[in-house]
Design a protein around this ligand. Sequence first.
Ligand code: SF4
Length: 379
Amino acid sequence: MINQSNNENLQPGFEKLFTDHDLSEKKIYEKLIRLENFTAETKILKKIIKSYETLLKGEKKPIFQFNEYDKLEFSKLLNDEHKLARYVVYRYKYKTYPIEKIIDEYPPCVQIEPASICNFRCVMCYQTDTSFSSKKDGYMGFMKFELFKKIIDELEGKVEAITFASRGEPTLNKKLIDFLDYCKDKFVAIKINSNLSNLNKELAEAIFRNNVQTLVISADAPDKVNYEKIRVKGNFEKLVRNMELLIDVKKKFPDSPTIIRASGVKISDNQNFNKMKEVYGKFTDSVAFVNYLPWESSYENKNNSIYKPCSDLWKRIFVWWDGIINPCDYDYKSLLSKFNYKEFTIKEAWNSEHYNDLRNKHLKNERSKIYPCKGCTNI
Ligand code: SF4
């Protein structure tokens, strides 16, 4: 089933989404009720099942529902009940904890930064801030395997979702294949965000061999002129060539559950979504536009009147290449950080007084007192 979601059924972050799956709400429910033996978190599973009963009866708005993108992920795990049970519980936490303001020992998702360096200078990105991206200021670097291993050893069995991304292009780290191999079968939702310019056959094989759940390819426009205007230093022909390479390698892994998504940041009317689907749809399982945040001017944006607490404080945490632990990547110079992985674990940072203080300020409508939250539009 080809599905184009309307905005009501999208999680925050997506502006437009196109997916290809054949899951109905009824089919999801029928699968959910068979997962009880596959998770220790039966309380959460019961809440999800109850939500689906409400949904199917059409009584009232359920407290939880998978959106179209979740359904695509769900559909790839239908033959593995253990993983599916882990996935639905993780997804529930990721989406409802920021609403219910629940804090577990660990965040539902950890974003790990293999590289802060990027070979592109996209117009909406903080890499255009030379006080950040020039080598002399100390922000640029690659995560070492020893540090990565330590982080993964802490997170295995505690966290289900790891995203390889953040401020730079993850594939520039020459150790990325080793990182992926080290993560095999440890997490249910591994995601990589990449501009794909550095893809080669070995990396493509590592992505499929290690069951990466989603590869998000930054592709903001379906034509050379507009793509290269936004993804400065990018090359449209190379992007398409590398998408072809990816599809070619994927044929060797017919059982791979990896979802490939072309994803653009919507910044202008020249980005035509239907054309995006036409051009990138043949290489991918999903095409999306995500909402723009003014990342490139994080520290100059004026105070806004947003009072809703920021969801990132309840759903994920970021670890930079050098071990700095930060609440988000909007704050790309880590002004909100008090921790480095060399001295603190993720668990310690996530449950710290500093983090709780930040959360409390957001809850008390005081994000305007925090820099740079006061100019940030993320909710
Ligand atoms: S509101 Fe604050 S914590 Fe949330 S993304 Fe923005 S700067 Fe980061």
